[in-house]
Design a protein around this ligand. Structure first.
Ligand code: MN
Length: 726
């Protein structure tokens, strides 16, 4: 069976590298993955298990450690089979589970968008997961195998995957210094994206190589000889520039194939930095260097840690060629990059101190690179987050990455998606579970925002949000709504007073209206309405300016509003247009007065405060009697028809001090499905010490429910009295 053969090959490879090691963990991971993938096939028709095995073979070639190899074998089980991450953790330990989780999350990323920003977020996301670099290494190996077998998927998918490889995976491999994988990824992508350009280019380079084969062999031989004469130990290899890299050079520099000096190159690999420079001397002594083509990447390494000396020389018969000179170590870094640092070292198990040191060295290196990068949009600058974990990386259900400051809430997330989503947000789910709006988002959370059309942001949100975008939008929304309401209220208020005082507003000219408005510093009537609505001025004052002859200066005869209204209007409230609907919750401009805290169903009255909108009081509230001396500030209000709100009502209950009392009290509220917000019971010292006082705040729908609840409480044997308090 090919799958078992592949596994034997893998085991042999690992065995050769580390003959002492116990390979049971590798075998376990193989058996486990093979069991779960056993019914699946790839697009090519071969058993699915071929894929994880080949990925792991690539990792074994890179000499990765056991955790990494196990991750390679298991990398698709969580995503593609019924296996949970928890099972992986139990069986293979937390490190493997973390790596598998990382790879799974990366596969969920929606990488289709070629938008610059998206790519950047993606990079950030990748780097957020660089807490374990092995995630990226496995992901690159995974992509490499998928690219090698791209032939068996549809043309459309080929193009998408190839483009994604070119846009994201190859650059990442490059940044991590993994030259070998990068080169292969790029060439495979190029081949699928532009098959004609690709084959033409390959044909031409191959022609050139064949035409110059003999000369190159001669040169190679010469170099080898001269170096050994100088006592420089070295091996000399021929190298053909990668197709995609040639293609880019031709395009970028608008040159012909003849001018690509490094199309054919020789590579000298020696033992020390000193000998690199010595070898360079030997070359320049023999052939004439082309000016401007000498590059010392040993003294100044490339940002991805690549080191080498490059030079181009004019060879025999006018054949220009490039020579690259490096040490073995530099060669390894050039081919494998970060993976070279992560390599399996014999006798080391798990995460050791040395391993941590390496990781830290790598991070420090990243900071160093960053300094050298001029383009601020560059990949490296985004590495910030890894070192300064001030950001969280979250996903939309479709895999879009939303980067937010630490401790950001679902409201920030909603506004980051769209201001409309933000303002109509009523709830949120993180990873499929409902979370409160004050929830602090975590790295990797998949967040879904629940919205309701017509919903408006609440002032409380300002305390929850962490982004200035959300804060500004909320403020803006609140101000806009408040103003709209104020205009509406102000207009109604003015009309009502006009009717009450017998001023026909419709007969007052627009010019006169605007003149009075400007007296109040308002440029439009609308602004004056708003000012009235906010309670800055009284409607009576305004009307007095509009029609001094009709409105007396003093409030000598403050007649009650109602009879007047009935007389002046046509008697019906609907027509009067004056009733302000009060919703149950404390509203923006219409709010329930704290002194009497009226609940739905109770008779209420509105009072236009100075600057705070309309306070709604219970008509029985003692404050109302005192306030209403300014009768023109009184306004009719009624409960809006919306039944879902709950009002907190605080009550004090005096009872006998006996067991079971609290139980009975709470069961009454339970039967009414009324929530208890707080409850406190204590002995009543005043009444012979045989009584108890229960103070509780409960949520009540309306007056009727309140009466029902208090009635039932009264009927409990041992309840002496009940009071509603404010
Ligand atoms: Mn895979």
């Amino acid at each position: 069976m090919p799958v078992d053969q592949l596994y034997s090959e893998l085991e042999a490879k690992v065995r050769a590298l580390r003959p002492q090691d116990d390979l049971a963990p590798l075998h376990d991971a193989y058996v486990f993955a093979a069991e779960y993938h056993k019914t699946q096939t790839r697009d090519s028709g071969e058993p699915y298990m071929v894929h994880p095995l080949t990925v792991t073979l690539i990792l074994a070639d890179m000499q990765m450690d056991m955790i990494c190899l196990q991750t390679g074998l298991l990398h698709d089980v969580v995503e593609d089979t019924s296996v949970s991450l928890e099972e992986i953790r139990k069986r293979f330990g937390p490190e493997v589970a973390r790596c598998v989780d990382g790879v799974t999350k990366l596969s969920k990323l929606n990488l289709n968008s070629r938008e610059e920003r998206q790519a950047e977020s993606m990079r950030k996301m990748l780097l957020a997961m660089v807490t374990d670099i092995r995630v990226i290494i496995v992901k690159l190996a995974d992509r490499l195998h998928n690219m090698r077998t791209l032939g068996s998927v549809s043309r459309e998918r080929q193009e998408r995957i190839a483009q994604e490889t070119l846009d994201i995976y190859a650059p990442i491999a490059h940044r991590l210094g993994m030259g070998k994988i990068r080169g292969e990824l790029e060439d495979l992508a190029f081949m699928h994206l532009e098959p004609e350009a690709y084959s033409e280019l390959v044909r031409e380079t191959e022609n050139r190589r064949q035409a110059n084969e003999e000369s190159l062999q001669q040169i190679r031989h010469d170099i080898q000889l001269k170096l050994s004469r100088e006592g420089i130990p070295a091996r000399v290899e021929g190298r053909l520039k990668r197709a995609y890299s040639v293609y880019q050079k031709l395009k970028r520099q608008k040159i012909a194939m003849d001018q690509v000096y490094d199309l054919l190159a020789l590579r000298i690999i020696t033992d020390s930095v000193k000998n690199c420079y010595a070898a360079l001397g030997v070359i320049h002594n023999e052939w004439h260097p082309i000016p401007g083509r000498i590059k010392d990447f040993i003294a100044i390494p490339r940002p991805n840690l690549y080191q080498s000396l490059h030079t181009s020389v004019m060879g025999p018969g006018g054949l220009a060629f490039e020579v690259q000179i490096r040490t073995e170590e530099m060669h390894r870094i050039a081919e494998e990059g970060i993976a070279a640092h992560w390599k399996y070292k014999e006798g080391r198990k798990g995460a050791s101190a040395a391993e941590d040191d390496q990781r830290m060295a790598w991070l420090r290196q990243l900071v160093e690179w960053q300094k050298e990068i001029r383009d601020p949009g560059e990949f490296m600058s985004t590495l910030n987050m890894d070192l300064y974990p001030e950001e969280v990386y979250t996903f939309t259900p479709l895999g879009r990455v939303i980067v937010l400051p630490r401790d950001a809430t679902p409201i920030d997330f909603a506004y980051a998606i769209h201001s409309d989503v933000g303002s109509t947000c009523v709830g949120a789910k993180a990873n499929g579970r409902i979370v409160p709006l004050k929830y602090n988002l975590k790295n990797g959370d998949v967040v879904e925002i629940l919205t309701q059309a017509g919903h408006l942001p609440s002032k409380d949100w300002l305390a929850l949000v962490k982004t200035s975008r959300a804060r500004n939008k909320i403020k803006h929304d609140i101000n806009a709504t408040e103003r709209e309401k104020a205009i509406d209220i102000g207009q109604k208020y003015l009309e009502r007073e006009a009717r009450r005082l017998g001023v026909a507003l419709s007969r007052i000219s627009k010019a006169d209206l605007e003149r009075v408005a400007s007296d109040y510093g308002c440029s439009k009537m609308e602004d004056l309405h708003a000012a009235l609505g906010y309670g800055k001025y009284s409607a009576r004052q305004v009307l007095q300016k509009l029609a001094p002859e009709l409105v007396p200066e003093t409030v000598s005869e403050p007649e009650p509003a109602k009879p007047h209204q009935a007389a002046l209007g046509d008697g019906s409230k609907e027509n009067g247009d004056l009733v302000i609907k009060v919703k149950g919750i404390d509203d923006l401009l219409v709010y329930r007065a704290k002194c009497c805290n009226p609940i739905r169903g109770e008779s209420i009255v509105g009072y236009v405060t100075r600057g705070k909108g309309i306070a709604v009081h219970s008509t029985h509230c003692s404050n109302v009697q005192n306030l209403m001396y300014e009768v023109e500030r009184k306004i009719e209000v009624e409960w809006a028809r919306s039944a879902s709100e709950q009002f907190p009502v605080k009550m004090v209950i005096y009872t006998d001090d006996r067991p079971g009392m609290l139980n009975q009290l709470t069961s009454i509220l339970f039967a009414e499905s009324s929530n208890i917000r707080s409850l406190e019971a204590r002995a009543d010292e005043k009444h012979n010490g045989d009584g108890a006082i229960v103070e509780m705040t409960v949520e009540i729908k309306d007056k009727r429910q309140l009466e029902k609840v208090t009635g039932a409480i009264r009927r409990i044997p041992g309840v002496r009295d009940i009071e509603r308090v404010q």
